[in-house]
Design a protein around this ligand. Structure first.
Ligand SMILES: *[C@@H]1O[C@H](CO)[C@@H](O)[C@H](O)[C@H]1NC(C)=O
Ligand SMILES: *[C@@H]1O[C@H](CO)[C@@H](O)[C@H](O)[C@H]1NC(C)=O
Length: 419
């Protein structure tokens, strides 16, 4: 038993260093694992050595940060971007492109619910946004609720209000007030009885029913409480099979919308890097895959997909629980994924900047060695207690993981004082 704990303690240290490093490489990746970052519990109260090490760690982070492109791009591709508005702060979660960031800024900085007071303004909204929500009607309880939900989701999409007389002719309503989402070239109405609470409904409907999903959207879908059914296709030289898979998934999103809208988000991906990270291997091209993004799990069809019935059978089997969930974020899988991610990052880094890579890669390895040595020599032999504390503090305090983020330095040192 003591041997096992010892092993476990070394493992914790290794994972901590590696993940701290990976976090620098790719924040999305780590954000996604915030809850799991407790593995990183370097700074557990019992680990005196870790406290000594902490400032060095920050220096490492700062140093790497200051090194500039292309390394800077590889290592700090995803700084946290927040918009502060009054007392509220809004996290930007989209791609790090100029246009996307400016669009986000304008959307969030303006009124949370914009009023469309004329037919022209409504047309303008339709021609400028592929997807938006509209509250239709006068003052009501529903409107107050809508405002609240809009504040929650303005970081993702647009919220408008309008009166019935500015709506396009094609829109027919049985009653007002009502909330509609305009997307997929049509609109869907919110029905409290069938759809449940407003906030989860907005969350479920905030993506087009079928679209090309990039890694940012995919990552966001961890909060969607839907499975993601994807055609993974090569768009450069699409094979017949690629086209078939895309068509099948698109048909499911439209013809079977009512059946699947609460359980599945549909789409296709052409950039397989993120998917490969989840399955920790190379996905076959083309493929149909179902992802559970909240646990980084996935499902693959047991037999070849040829018809829409084959896909329906597959989707239903997943819902019934009769297809095995692969991957996921159990401790073993997390560790495996961290190593997989680190390995592929190092490979990419080595290909783009071999000399730099030698320096940077040697660094963490050196640190790992020091940590293992430090952890295993500086600690008392009371292994069982250590393991227990590690687990309980990890489970109770996900925040500690942030200690490894150079950006949160001030906040985290305060947190530490409280300890
Ligand atoms: C997302 O994709 C872009 C473009 O393909 C890539 O540069 C970026 O590293 C990817 N990010 C993640 C989190 O995988
Ligand atoms: C994803 O997996 C978790 C754990 O197995 C499960 O609780 C959750 O319901 C799944 N998500 C969806 C959308 O099915």
């Amino acid at each position: 038993m003591p041997t096992e704990s010892k092993l476990c303690c070394s493992l914790l240290a290794v994972v901590a260093v590696v993940s701290g490093y990976v976090e620098e490489l790719d924040e999305k990746f780590m954000e996604h694992r915030q809850n799991e970052l407790w593995l990183v519990e370097f700074y557990a109260p019992w680990c005196a050595y870790c406290h000594t090490f902490e400032p060095i760690w920050y220096e490492v982070g700062a140093e790497l940060k200051s090194m500039g492109s292309p390394v800077n791009f590889n290592i700090h591709g995803y700084p946290t971007i927040k918009l502060f508005k009054g007392e509220l702060s809004f996290d930007y979660k989209g791609p790090r492109t100029k246009d996307a960031i400016i669009e986000f800024t304008n959307r969030v900085a303006g009124p949370t619910v914009r009023h469309l007071s004329s037919v022209q303004l409504f047309q303008h909204a339709m021609s400028h946004h592929d997807l938006f929500f509209v509250y239709i009607g006068g003052k009501s309880l529903l409107k107050a609720q809508y405002h609240k939900v809009a504040t929650e989701y303005i970081i993702h999409t647009y919220f408008f209000s309008a009166s019935v007389d500015v709506l396009p002719k094609a829109v027919t309503l049985d009653e007002v007030p009502v909330i509609a989402v305009f997307k997929d070239g049509t609109y869907y109405l919110y029905n409290e009885v069938l759809d449940g609470d407003l906030s989860p409904w907005v969350n479920r409907e905030r993506f087009p029913s079928y679209f090309q999903i990039d890694n940012f959207s995919l990552y966001q879908m961890g909060e969607l409480s839907k499975l993601v059914a994807l055609a993974v296709v090569d768009e450069m030289t699409p094979s017949e099979e690629s086209i078939l898979y895309k068509t099948l998934i698109e048909r499911l999103s439209t013809e079977y919308r009512d059946q699947y809208k609460n359980d599945y988000q549909f789409g296709y991906v052409t950039d397989t890097e993120y998917i490969n990270g989840i399955i920790m291997g190379e996905i076959m091209m083309p493929s149909i895959i179902v992802l559970n993004m909240s646990v980084d799990g996935y499902f693959l069809p047991g037999s070849k997909i040829e018809t829409i019935e084959d896909v329906i059978h597959f989707l239903n089997s997943v819902l019934r629980g009769s297809v095995k969930l692969l991957g996921g974020n159990g401790i073993l899988q997390q560790t495996k994924r961290l190593f997989y991610k680190t390995k592929s990052t190092v490979v990419t880094l080595f290909q783009t900047a071999p000399a730099f890579c030698c320096v940077v890669c040697a660094l963490p390895v050196g640190i790992v060695v020091i940590i293992i040595w430090g952890t295993c020599t500086a600690l008392p032999a009371d292994d069982e207690r250590l393991a227990e504390e590690a687990t309980s503090s990890a489970a109770s305090d996900g925040k500690r993981a942030k200690l490894l983020q150079p950006d949160n330095r001030e906040k985290t040192s305060e947190e530490k004082k409280e300890d």
